[in-house]
Design a protein around this ligand. Structure first.
Ligand code: TRP
Length: 351
């Protein structure tokens, strides 16, 4: 079976380094490996509206920013179909058929939804659309009969819902959907990159992010004030690696060649860690090293972003073209669904 890859993001904030190591870099890798028949990346604006119904400006403004982030990290619209969810209305139609196969109580038991309901104070007044988003996410995936779904860990319960819908639909009406496989980031640290404050994962609401669009000075300031080991006061003190954000980021971003280039006194990260643990290595030195690595990563992304920002129309055109293409594919899927459900009335005509 040839792979069809499908994934997406809600446009509710600028993308940050957590997104970069948690998903963007894997997506670019998959693209460059080229081992697929089709590859879709969707900007999930209608899903974002399920908990932002009164914040349309936020969704609308972030949509174009996320598109620019995608293109500036190296996603290539000639190889990947990048599209806007609301421009493929067929996804709603597919959602409608799936909604009959899922119970309200099943959605209420979904651990991701449960957490998100709490975070959003939706306990008293839960929008139907929000509760239903795992069903609509199944439609996003199955509209393209995708089998490989690159996501973060938090999405696993949502993908489990897609699986159940696949089985239920195939059993009830006819086998048209293939099973899906989530694709998680390879390194554990990358799946849940901690924030600069060291408390929780990097997230916009916690205000602990380095954004792909931060300028050089901002990035440096953020790195220099990142949480390390509060007991590592003098350079000579032994330091702790666990929970030390600067080392967490080095685990995620550092490669051996960085040492040769920026810190030739050490061969690799193990040596650096050993010295820090023993004592005699100051935080500033480690932070400046991390800063070099992150700036090296972000500089070309910033340059590409600046170019794209000069021609926003072109970015919209890419999204419109991708949406048309996605739409054609989703229409074909609806025909197949109607065939097996038994309501493709056009086929009932005798001549
Ligand atoms: N729920 C995903 C998120 O919040 C976004 C998303 C929407 C998605 N539809 C999708 C991801 C389909 C993978 C496949 O990040």
């Amino acid at each position: 079976m040839e792979n069809i890859i499908m994934t997406g993001d809600r446009p509710t904030g600028n993308l940050h380094l957590g997104h970069y190591v948690g998903s963007l870099i894997n997506r670019v890798e998959l693209q460059n490996e080229g081992n697929y028949k089709k590859y879709y990346i969707m900007i999930a604006d209608t899903q974002a509206l399920t908990d932002n119904s009164k914040n349309v400006d936020k969704v609308k403004n972030n949509l174009i920013q996320v598109a620019i982030d995608y293109l500036s990290v190296g996603l290539d619209p000639n190889k990947v179909c990048i599209f806007i969810q609301s421009m493929v209305p067929e996804l709603f139609e597919i959602t409608g058929y799936f909604m009959n196969l899922v119970s309200v109580s099943r959605l209420q038991r979904n651990p991701t939804i449960k957490d998100e309901i709490k975070q959003r104070n939706f306990e008293k007044s839960l929008p139907i659309g929000f509760l239903n988003y795992p069903v609509s996410q199944a439609a996003d995936i199955l509209a393209f009969n995708a089998n490989i779904i690159p996501v973060g860990e938090d999405q696993l319960p949502v993908l489990e819902q897609t699986r159940e819908i696949i089985h239920s639909f195939n059993n009830t009406y006819g086998e048209i959907f293939n099973d899906i496989q989530p694709l998680l980031p390879k390194k554990k640290i990358c799946a849940r990159l901690p924030g600069l404050d060291g408390k929780i994962k990097m997230s916009k609401s916690a205000g602990n992010c380095i954004y792909l669009r931060d300028d050089e000075k901002t990035v440096k300031e953020k790195i220099m004030s990142a949480y390390t080991d509060p007991n590592h006061i003098k350079v000579s003190d032994p330091g702790q690696i666990e929970g030390n954000i600067v080392f967490s980021y080095l685990d995620a971003f550092c490669q051996d060649y960085h040492f040769e280039k920026y810190l030739p006194d050490y061969k690799n990260l193990d040596e650096l860690k050993a010295h820090y643990k023993k004592g005699g290595l100051g935080d500033v030195k480690v932070k400046l090293f991390l800063n070099n690595i992150i700036q090296e990563l972000l500089t070309p992304i910033r340059q590409k972003r600046a170019e794209l920002e000069k021609n926003i129309d072109k970015v919209y055109e890419i999204l419109f073209k991708g949406s048309e293409e996605a739409r054609e594919e989703a229409k074909k899927t609806i025909e197949k669904m109607k065939d097996v459900i038994g309501i493709n009335y056009k086929k009932f005509l005798k001549n």
